[in-house]
Design a protein around this ligand. Structure first.
Ligand SMILES: Nc1ncnc2c1ncn2[C@@H]1O[C@H](COP(=O)(O)OP(=O)(O)OP(=O)(O)O)[C@@H](O)[C@H]1O
Length: 365
């Protein structure tokens, strides 16, 4: 079991203060457009490493116009353990984390809490730039392998520095060698973790009977292919230095990986599928992620499904709700009206979000 049992938002976006007490069932949040539903999901997403589901800056999340900072607090149950988790930002500074009242890092947070999401901005994920697909996959990878956050951080830091050298046309081989060693080690870890995640998703999809179509995944490289070992990757960075100097940036590496999706039963690339099918393929992967973790003896991640029923027909919607209940995942879902959650037949905890006198107000029921 991985779930929040309480959640408090202070000065966070449209919420001056909101207190939610969760009873372990999936969470269904309904209310009018702009009421503040997604803001609650965004708050939950910040219980995992990174910038949350909107990739917003810490400053943007402070309640306008008066707040200079914000704070989120939650009681988190992981297996039979309970943790008090706080995350906050003051005066627009980087967000901080405390676990059980002790200063912690976002990477520590990733060790105890896994959160995966689908939001409407991802409706065109299969069509738009590779970056979105990479990010989606990396979120799933992180739920399998919390060390992925550190590898990604190390890789990006070293690559930024290498790109700076390239842009400034610096040719000192010693500097490159240090950075390329770091990039090769972390880059190899990133690639191995992604490859393993794709395998786990495939196996979980093959093993399940579900109303959601299996998505066949393939990792592809726009740079011609990544070497298999860290040593070979390092050599490839070294060999590519002249080419990269001409381009002014690093042209090879896991930052160029793309995720190709295919509707397996039809053999149609995901990008050519209907809007609803594209969404169903994403849902299928999220559910496979949860099933794979359970099969490995773990707990499903917390799922954030913003307006997920928008493109799903009533049969798939009922199937999704049934799967969520069966998996025992704490899913947080939003919708404009309570009727969108009818198929839960009372097995979800309902909240209404209203536009109140002091901003968004959350009411149970
Ligand atoms: N920093 C902020 N301070 C105050 N209000 C904010 C801040 N950021 C966003 N908002 C407000 O929050 C509201 C949007 O909330 P949210 O996205 O949660 O709505 P929603 O209930 O999910 O709506 P929809 O059904 O349209 O998706 C908007 O009115 C927006 O102006």
């Amino acid at each position: 079991m991985l779930a929040l049992t309480t959640l408090t938002l202070s000065h966070f976006r449209s919420h001056l203060r909101a207190d939610l007490h969760l009873d372990g069932r999936p969470v269904a949040i309904h209310g009018a457009n702009g009421a503040g539903k997604t803001n609650i999901l965004e708050a939950v997403s910040l219980f995992s490493p990174g910038r949350g589901l909107r990739r917003a800056s810490a400053a943007d999340m402070a309640r306008r116009p008066e707040a200079l900072g914000w704070k989120l607090k939650g009681q988190l149950t992981v297996a039979r353990q309970s943790y008090e988790v706080e995350t906050w930002s003051e005066a627009g500074k980087a967000r901080q984390v405390k676990i059980d009242n002790k200063a912690a890092s976002q990477i520590d947070l990733g060790q105890i809490c896994r959160v995966v999401w689908l939001i409407p901005a991802m409706d065109r994920l299969w069509i738009e730039a590779a970056e979105g697909r990479r990010r989606f996959l990396d979120r799933i990878v992180l739920s399998f392998d919390p060390g992925h956050a550190e590898a990604t951080l190390l890789y990006e830091k070293a690559m930024r520095e290498r790109n700076r050298l390239l842009k400034e046309q610096i040719r000192d081989a010693g500097w490159y060698r240090v950075l390329e060693t770091q990039m090769a080690e972390s880059g190899h870890r990133i690639h191995a973790a992604r490859t393993a995640a794709v395998d786990r998703l495939r196996m979980a999809q093959e093993a399940a009977e579900t109303a959601f179509p299996a998505a066949e995944l393939e990792l592809i490289q726009s740079d011609g292919g990544l070497p298999d070992t860290a040593a070979d990757l390092q050599e490839a960075f070294e060999e590519g230095r002249f080419r990269d100097l001409a381009a002014g940036r690093t042209l090879l590496g896991p930052h160029r990986t793309d995720l190709l999706g295919t509707y397996a039963a039809k053999g149609v690339p995901a990008r050519d599928c209907s809007t609803g099918e594209q969404k169903a393929l994403l849902v299928s992967l999220i559910l496979a992620n949860a099933r794979a973790l359970i099969a490995e003896g773990g707990a499903p991640p917390i799922l954030l499904l913003d307006e997920v029923s928008a493109h799903l027909d009533v049969i798939r919607r009922a199937a999704l709700y049934q799967e969520i209940v069966t998996l025992g995942a704490q899913a947080w879902m939003t919708g404009t009206g309570p009727e969108l959650f009818d198929e839960f037949e009372g097995r979800a905890q309902m909240f209404t979000v209203e536009d109140g006198a002091t901003g968004s107000e959350v009411v149970a029921g």
